[in-house]
Design a protein around this ligand. Sequence first.
Ligand code: HEC
Length: 158
Amino acid sequence: MALTLEKVVTASLAVAILLVIVDGSGPHVAAPRPAPPPTPAAIAFQQAQAEAAARAEAVRRQAEAAQAVTQPSEEETILPEGHGRAETFGYCVACHSTAIIRRSHFSRDQWEGLMDWMTDKHGMNPLEGELRATIVNYLATHFGPVQAPARGRNPFLN
Ligand code: HEC
């Protein structure tokens, strides 16, 4: 039996088919290639995006701060109840919170002086007439000098 070309080809094909069957994995699928490193243009684009986001965030914070100034979160009721509270709150929170008032303890004269000082030095609209009397009266009543407790009232000394 002569080794014809036809037989060699047939035998090779048979071996090849057998190999594929034994291997069992069928045609090989190319493994996914790792992503190529970012190009300089891609890096620049990402940086620009990050910078734009940071700028937008800064603008948002600034707007929030501005709103906090124009819309104080304090309510009038933060001040003790009494005649003149609404006037005092309305007139005095334009420039600062009431904290600066609530921590103060001044005599009537000192409050009077402070009204002029705020006008002279800090541009407060001059406070005059009835409104001034109402506000100063309120301040002197509720934020007057702290009195030392009378000695006789100390329960530990009685
Ligand atoms: C036009 C702006 C403005 C208005 C309105 C204003 N103040 Fe002031 N006030 C200031 C400034 C500015 C200061 C100084 C703040 C500082 O020193 O940090 C100040 C300081 C004060 C202080 C602290 C003084 C001290 O020496 O401890 C008190 C108390 C005070 N204000 C009360 C008032 C009261 C009460 C009113 C309402 C009648 C009022 N302010 C209205 C601007 C204003």
